[in-house]
Design a binder for this molecule. Structure first.
Ligand code: PMP
Length: 285
């Protein structure tokens, strides 16, 4: 079966999908996106992702190019037509097509693309049992990374640098030597019985998985703290994690040359993952 994608009002085979050469997403990274996890053919935390999408759009003076209702309908079609049981939906909105000019065009309808991807859940489980390795690099991103914008060159370079060091994720280090977050995830350490993650600000993306995990921690009365941390704190940690829509809660077993705990996922990893899983909201399609 060929994959089907949604591009500006049309359902097209993956291979035939096309975007205009003067799309502002392509020329200026002038747009935003969301990644929704699909779990058991349902959408995880759909409303929270949509709220963040609306916030990202509004911070860039953009509007949803279609109604919320029709966007849900198209997402649902993409999940169903591509037979996605576990995986993700990638949704991107750019400011649309216009002759190249930095300032905003007048009355241009935004471009909307929706892509679905299957990600077998046993791959996730295998990685969870091994844990991932992280390397660090300077945080070279712009100052509004709270907006989930298409401006992703710095994370691309960070992830590639990690990959070249045989690591799966890169943690980004700010000018005061604190870790902001991962190139595509939020960062956590577990120290003296307390799970720690950086507080929300313009320097990190307010991860939906992060918020859902925090709800789960509260329910389970697991201690957590929102505080900045650096590599010295990582050294003192017995466990570490990343969170994101596609990685859920994923144990980190090494950061640069620092072995975390015994170098394998620690004893709390399953609890933290369960705290996330039981708190997320699933939307039927
Ligand atoms: N931070 C960054 C920089 C990200 O790209 C992501 C993934 N989109 C996250 C955090 C995690 O966000 P979420 O849990 O909403 O996927």
């Amino acid at each position: 079966m060929s994959r089907v994608v949604f591009v500006n009002g049309e359902y097209l085979p993956y291979e035939k999908s096309k975007i205009h050469i003067e799309d502002r997403g392509y020329q200026f990274a002038d747009g935003v996106y969301e990644v929704f996890a699909v779990i058991d053919s349902k959408l995880a935390d759909y409303d929270a992702h949509m709220s963040r999408l609306l916030r990202s759009l509004s911070e860039l003076n953009m509007k949803l190019p279609y109604s919320r209702k029709s966007i849900f309908f198209h997402i649902s079609n993409i999940v169903k037509q591509n037979l996605i049981s576990n995986g993700l939906v990638y949704l991107q909105i750019s400011r649309g097509v216009a002759s190249r000019d930095f300032k905003f065009p007048n009355n241009t309808k935004g471009s909307l693309v929706i892509i679905g991807k299957n990600m077998p859940s046993d791959e996730y489980i295998n990685t969870f049992h091994k844990g991932i390795k992280v390397s660090t690099t300077r945080d070279l991103r712009w100052k509004r990374v709270d907006i989930k914008s298409l401006n992703l060159l710095a994370p691309v370079l960070a992830k590639q640098a990690a990959y070249e060091k045989n690591c799966e994720e890169s943690w980004l280090i700010d000018d005061d030597n604190f870790i902001t977050e991962g190139s595509s995830s939020n960062a956590w350490i577990y120290q003296n019985g307390i799970l720690i993650t950086r507080p929300v600000s313009n320097s990190i993306l307010n991860g939906i998985t992060r918020s859902t995990l925090i709800r789960g921690l509260k329910k389970r009365k697991i201690k957590y703290k929102e505080a900045k941390f650096n590599l010295e704190d990582v050294k003192k940690s017995s466990e570490a994690f990343i969170t994101s829509a596609t990685q859920h809660v994923m144990p980190v077993v090494k950061v640069n040359n620092i072995k975390i705990g015994k170098g394998v996922p620690g004893p709390r990893a399953l609890d933290f993952r369960a705290a996330y899983m039981e708190s997320l909201k699933l939307t039927e399609l």
